[in-house]
Write a protein that binds this ligand. Structure first.
Ligand code: ZN
Length: 130
């Protein structure tokens, strides 16, 4: 079963917690035990799992990525968004999570973040629930 989650970013660089939306889609699917594969079909965005309880963590991730990969640099790509492409490759565009008892099997402090690196934009996340 393929589902698409639409995500609207509001900032140039932003981590958006999509855990509740993904859990809702799994609940609606009726699947109690399986695998959820999430894939971001964009070259300037990504997806990652990290702490969602303390918002300072996502702020630190954004700040550090922006420091390591500055927006302006000695880049060749003429579109002007090379930093976003590099961040997408470093963070990655897919995650796989187990489903048990109709929910994502994740740690207490873990959340799934859609990572916007060239916003604001309308984006998609593909979900395959097996
Ligand atoms: Zn580009």
């Amino acid at each position: 079963m393929l589902k698409i989650l639409n995500v609207k970013s509001k900032h140039r660089t932003e981590l958006i917690d999509i855990t509740a939306e993904i859990n809702q889609i799994i609940k609606e699917s009726g699947i109690k035990s399986g695998v959820c594969y999430l894939y971001v079909p964009h070259t300037t965005a990504g997806i990652t799992i990290n702490e969602g309880a303390d918002p300072s963590v996502k702020r630190d991730i954004i700040t550090t990525l922006n420091r390591l990969i500055p927006f302006e640099g000695n880049y060749h790509h003429t579109e002007g968004n090379s930093a976003a492409h590099i961040k997408s490759s470093i963070v990655g565009v897919s995650v796989t999570i187990l489903i048990e008892e109709g929910r994502l099997l994740m740690g207490t402090w873990q959340s799934i973040f859609f990572c916007e690196f060239d916003g604001p934009r309308s984006r998609k996340v593909f979900l395959k629930i097996i």
